[in-house]
Design a protein around this ligand. Structure first.
Ligand code: FAD
Length: 569
């Protein structure tokens, strides 16, 4: 596992973007809107196909890293001119690592690459797939001249990520912190210090001190849990030494609407986290939904009893999942996906309802409704004599097909400890029968449906999708004559690309106090101090460049020796 991780990791550092300052296919947006087209900045438009990439996050950078830049004319648009290593954002909120240590400027990365990639620091505001154009607006302040322009594309790669989901809860946008980007983490860091500085002012009553020092984390997923754990460590290891007068008045609450925190992890991890948090004095409130927030109070409803109550707060961090960005919602309406929550692609990551548009990472989901239908079709095709049963050989063929198309099924089978098809076959056919009942098999697979339904919105998925898509693009020419199809058609030469296949490499949950939990491939669960060291080594090696790796490791060392910096700068 470790070697596999290091291999991936060692590939990751070279998340390279290229940039040249020559223009091409760029037209002023405002003039387009008014019907007057300004000529392209570069009169000599390259003959190569134009690829426009939206975003500089996990998905986009891994796509760019693996794409053969010499094959295309590539332009990248993003309002962030850097790549951020999001798994370390919770550490930035408490100064365990510095914000600058986890970001790599795009231009720093691109200068190391050969090839042609141009970067525009702007936000895509509209995707016009009918005319193969994207409209962009620069977010740079005090810009002299117009920051609006449009880009033509032959292929569009949408990798714009997502936004925080507030579930339209009143007062959340105005009164809560989010933890999505480096700017958010920096704001939280300042606000935590603010809360302590406010609490020690001589004019405050004890009750007011307690209110200022009540930190509420909404959302018991990995981000919320990690932030609560970081904050607890920060308070216990550093802040109470600096603010001894209020050390007994600090309270951290973690609100979760489900029955358990970390409920996407193995049950052992979830219950270990709950026990540890309770022991550390972090108040975990499960089965509780936030109904509104104002600048002084947070109001919650207990699901089981319906009781509604409010508590004062000093700071709230809202971390309850993600939703679709407005630009993607508008695009979905344009292409007939208005009824969906997330932009749907097929298994080749092509956006449904338009041509030559691909979507990767958090902004998209592989359309899942088809999966069970497909599995049924594969099955029925295998049952040539319509007997309703399959032999072991036929069954293995079916499973090969299904797993090539839907690797999540394999993940599900492994979780059920059915590591090979023969074991599954034996499990399903019972003791006596030499054949398997198709209905029984379909029933078993429909249990996998929940697992099959969606890939998690993680950096791991985004990065793998980026790499997969780059490889498809690199082979686009070779494959143009062949219609795509699954692997089973390979022998007949009919295949184009294999569908995207996600490999789950495990996941971590740092729990504070130098302890972490990890779910590793092969259903291994590891919890404790040694897992924290595994976390340190994996995250150090996964850094995007040697520069950030050195910075992160030196931040950790500095924290061990001197503690965290609590100055308000
Ligand atoms: P992002 O990485 O969010 O990138 C989106 C990019 O699009 C950004 O560059 C953004 O500036 C750009 N963009 C936005 N709007 C526009 C626009 N209109 N036009 C052009 N560009 C635009 N995952 C893990 O696997 N492991 C973890 O430990 C982990 N920890 C996390 C901790 C935190 C605090 C957070 C917030 C997330 C964490 N994740 C983790 C999830 C992971 O960060 C996301 O799944 C991943 O970032 C998704 O990659 P992406 O490329 O789709 O989106």
């Amino acid at each position: 596992f470790f070697m596999r991780v290091s291999r991936i990791v060692n590939n990751t550092p070279n998340l390279l973007l290229l940039c040249t300052l020559s223009g091409g296919g760029v037209v002023a947006y405002s003039e387009l809107q008014s019907g007057v087209e300004r000529p392209s900045i570069d009169a000599n438009e390259p003959s190569k196909k134009k690829v426009v990439v939206l975003g500089t996050g996990w998905a986009a950078t891994s796509f760019l890293k693996d794409l053969d830049a010499s094959l295309y004319d590539i332009q990248v648009v993003s309002p962030r001119n850097y790549f951020a290593f999001t798994p370390l954002l919770p550490s930035v909120t408490c100064g365990t690592v510095e914000a600058r240590s986890i970001v790599e400027p795009v231009r720093n990365i691109i200068k190391k690459r050969k090839g042609e990639v141009r970067f525009w620091e702007a936000e895509c505001v509209k995707i016009d797939s009918a005319n193969k154009k994207v409209f962009c607006r620069s977010n740079i302040e005090n810009l002299v001249g117009s920051g609006e322009f449009s880009l033509n594309y032959d292929f569009l790669v949408v990798a714009v990520g997502s936004q925080v989901n507030t579930f339209n809860t009143p007062g959340v946008k105005e009164n809560c912190h989010f933890l999505k980007d480096v700017e958010d983490a920096k704001k939280i860091r300042l606000s935590v210090i603010d809360c302590f500085e406010k609490a020690v002012l001589p004019s405050l009553s004890e009750e007011e001190q307690r209110s200022n020092l009540h930190f509420v984390v909404v959302g018991g997923g990995p981000t919320g849990v990690e932030f609560a754990a970081e904050l607890h460590d920060y308070v216990q290891e550093d802040l109470i030494k600096l603010y001894p007068a209020v050390k007994d008045k600090v309270k951290i609450s973690l609100i979760q609407s489900g029955d358990h925190i970390l409920n996407m992890f193995d049950e052992r991890i979830s219950s270990f986290a709950e026990t540890k948090f309770t022991r550390d004095g972090i108040e975990v409130q499960t089965g509780c939904r936030v109904v509104s927030v104002n600048d002084k109070e947070i109001t919650m409803k207990v699901k089981s009893t319906g009781e509604v109550y409010s508590v004062p707060h000093g700071l709230i961090v809202w971390s309850t999942g993600i939703s679709t960005l407005p630009v993607i919602r508008d695009f979905m309406e344009e292409i007939g996906q208005a009824k969906r929550h997330v932009l749907a692609t097929d298994e080749w990551l092509r956006v449904k309802g338009c041509e030559n548009v691909y979507a990767i990472g958090d902004c998209s989901t592989i359309n899942q409704r088809k999966i069970m239908d497909d599995i049924t079709t594969i099955f029925e095709a295998a049952d040539k004599n319509k007997s309703g049963t399959l032999t072991i050989e036929e069954f293995q063929d079916v499973m090969d097909d299904i797993i090539v198309r839907y690797p999540q099924v394999e993940h599900f089978l492994k979780q059920k400890h059915l590591r090979d098809f023969t074991a599954l076959w034996k499990d399903l056919r019972g003791n006596e029968s030499k054949e398997i009942d198709i209905e029984a098999f379909k029933l078993a697979l429909s249990n996998a449906d929940a697992q099959v339904k969606s890939l998690p919105a993680t950096a791991q998925v985004a990065a793998q999708q980026g790499t997969y898509l780059a490889r498809c693009f690199n082979r686009m020419d070779q494959c143009d004559d062949n219609p795509e199809g699954p692997r089973r058609f390979r022998g007949s030469g009919r295949h184009k690309f294999l569908p995207f296949r996600y490999k789950h490499l495990g996941q971590f949950a740092p729990l504070g106090g130098e302890q972490a939990a990890a779910e590793l491939p092969g259903d291994w669960v590891s919890i404790g101090h040694s897992t924290q060291w595994l976390w340190y080594s994996v995250y150090a090696s996964k850094q995007v460049s040697w520069r950030t790796r050195v910075l992160v490791v030196s931040d950790w060392t500095r924290r061990f020796i001197f503690g965290r910096d609590s100055s308000r700068v």
